[in-house]
Ligand binder design. Structure first.
Ligand code: NIG
Ligand code: FE
Length: 410
């Protein structure tokens, strides 16, 4: 088989589940957008016939393309106007209760056209790619009504076709109770289960569904109904669980056999045990702890020690973490959660692939997987976590093609 591209580096980090990450000195050969061969040492001459393009990445570090398993990509506008309130000590849930927060973004997202939403999201996707992210999950949840949720999910689907970054969609209609249902929350739940979810499922607009199970948002009882309906409609499940108030969200995610349980700052010890037993991936979001000034982080260390598969994501959204850059999140995971650089890499590659049910296809450098790689201008992986606040990406390879070169989009 003719190779399209071969990369040679002294420092390749493969990330298989359950195996320690050992950098190796070798090559990765790519054909047809997939990893066709890899090995230690110099490139075998037979791989170079007929001539393949060779990238010399000696002195640099190669990792699998980063996977951001939790984002709220599609939304209109921004919320820097909340900074002042936040600094005065008004909490996230209080801002939401007074009609701001998520609901402020909902109002703007309803007014925006699909093209406007795509234009804003495209800018974020460019930033993600420039920072080494090659696949993301993207939630809806800033439309809430049928028309706007569909508009947002269609925007994500079109961007998936048009942009280099792969997008996996999640329906998060249960993100907040919209104003028009403030006096009748059950009416909104009925709207979702009877109209919106069947529509989203029939037209395959989302692979996953998610619920913001939180005090003052959706109760565990409501969440259960929503997840059960979602499962019957064929959605894979995710859950914003135990983000701020402990509501046994982790237990519920485990019982429902969700693919992932996300946030988990307030998850109980029993909830954590249930996640291990059920094989649910925990998606932890250190950027959100930082940005909400919560003064604490999810118990990542304890979760890993218990045997929970821990993924790390940005939670990119306009309120609680306006940040597309996973490299920034790495440093927060390191110092906020005391995770090692190896654990962080696993959390943003193979474990994140599990959180999206894509572990057979992406998340590690293995023959047969997609050739999604980030080449970092760093002498070793630890250096990337250590030297924070700059972009270490030199090149990004997506589906075997160079899409970022010298830190710029190609
Ligand atoms: O994951 N927790 C709920 N949703 C988002 C925040 C959304 C927003 O504030 O706009 C989160 O933190
Ligand atoms: Fe979130």
């Amino acid at each position: 088989m003719a190779m399209d591209l071969i990369v040679r580096s002294g420092n390749i980090m493969t990330c298989e589940e359950g195996r320690p990450i050992e950098p190796f000195d070798g090559y990765i050969a790519i054909a047809g957008g997939r990893i066709a061969a890899l090995g230690q040492g110099e490139i075998p001459p037979e791989l170079c016939r007929p001539a393949a393009k060779i990238i010399n990445a000696r002195g640099q570090t190669i990792i699998p393309g980063l996977i951001d398993a939790h984002t709220h990509l599609i939304h209109a506008g921004s919320r820097e106007s909340e900074l002042d309130l936040k600094l005065k000590g008004v909490s996230y849930l209080d801002i939401l209760k007074s009609g701001g927060g998520i609901l402020d973004t909902v109002a703007r997202t309803r007014k925006a056209t699909k093209e406007e939403l795509k234009k804003q999201a495209q800018k974020s996707l460019d930033q993600m790619l420039l920072h080494g992210t090659t696949t993301i999950e993207a939630k809806s949840g800033y439309g809430l009504d049928l028309e706007t949720e569909v508009k947002c999910l269609l925007a994500a689907r079109e961007l998936h076709e048009e942009h280099e970054v792969d997008i996996i969609s999640t329906y998060l209609g249960a993100h907040a109770i919209p104003d028009e249902y403030a006096a009748n929350p059950q009416g909104y739940i009925d709207l979702m289960t009877e109209q919106v979810m069947p529509f989203v499922s029939r037209y395959k607009l989302a692979e996953f569904m998610d619920v913001f199970c939180e005090e003052g948002v959706f109760s565990p009882r409501e969440t259960r109904v929503l997840l059960e309906t979602g499962r019957e409609l064929g959605f894979k499940l995710k859950l914003h669980a135990d983000e701020m108030v402990p509501l046994q969200g982790a237990e519920l995610a485990a019982e429902m056999r969700a693919t992932s349980a996300d946030h988990l700052l307030a998850a109980s010890a029993e909830g954590q045990d249930a996640l291990v037993k059920a094989g649910v991936t925990a998606v932890l979001l250190p950027g959100t702890s930082f940005y909400l000034m919560l003064g604490r982080y999810a118990e990542a260390r304890q979760m890993i020690d218990k045997g929970i598969r821990v993924a790390l994501a940005s939670d990119y959204n306009p309120g609680s973490c306006p940040c597309e850059n996973l490299q920034a999140i790495m440093t927060m995971a390191c110092f906020g959660m005391r995770l090692s650089p190896a654990e962080i890499l696993q959390g943003m590659t193979i474990n994140a692939a599990y959180a999206l049910d894509r572990a057979a296809d992406i998340g590690s450098i293995e023959v047969g997987k997609k050739a999604d790689l980030a080449i970092l201008d760093a002498p070793n992986w630890e250096y990337v976590v250590y030297h924070f606040g700059i972009n270490h990406v030199d090149k990004v390879i997506k589906n075997g093609r160079i899409v970022v070169e010298k830190g710029n989009l190609v």
